[in-house]
Design a protein around this ligand. Sequence first.
Ligand SMILES: [Zn+2]
Length: 203
Amino acid sequence: MATWTRTLTRPDGQSFRFDPGSFALELLVSGGPGELRVFEALHAPDDLAAWLADSRLAATAPFTAADVRVTEAELAAVKELRDAFWRVARSMVRGGDLPSADLDVLNAATAETPRPVVDPHTRALTWARPITGTQVLGAAARDAVELVARGGVRECSADNCGLLFVDTSRAGNRRWCSMERCGNRHKVRAHRARHETETAEAQ
Ligand SMILES: [Zn+2]
């Protein structure tokens, strides 16, 4: 699959492109538990439909928000899964035990996924309409349990960032959520530190 990036805007107003490398990890940037509530993007079922039309699910086969049916209960389930996966994924990157109640939430949600079908006229791959909230929940849960089993989830190396991604680079040495943001900030800081050392040594 081609690289799929999402544009994020942080509370400081800076926008940058971020490719978390998987659908479940992409869902994590729509909000989360605790201090992550300030990032909440999914307030109503329509928010999830719009968010999905922009997601890597649409990179596989395009669809619009009008092709998605989400109930209030399905939205709540998707957010519960997202928050559970946040806790699981953070435990993975930080090397702790995985919270079993949260793993239960992931495991219980893998039943349904969007159904790929071929358009009889164009022979293009598409999703059976409507795509339901329960199918979306299942797609995220299946991706999440695969990631837990496979490993390889990483946290951005920058302090105070916390974005999670799976490294799909061939070299396997990805450190930053985004070069545009944390990678560049690191380069600028490293450059400044080197410059200050050189200035101090010259005095
Ligand atoms: Zn970062």
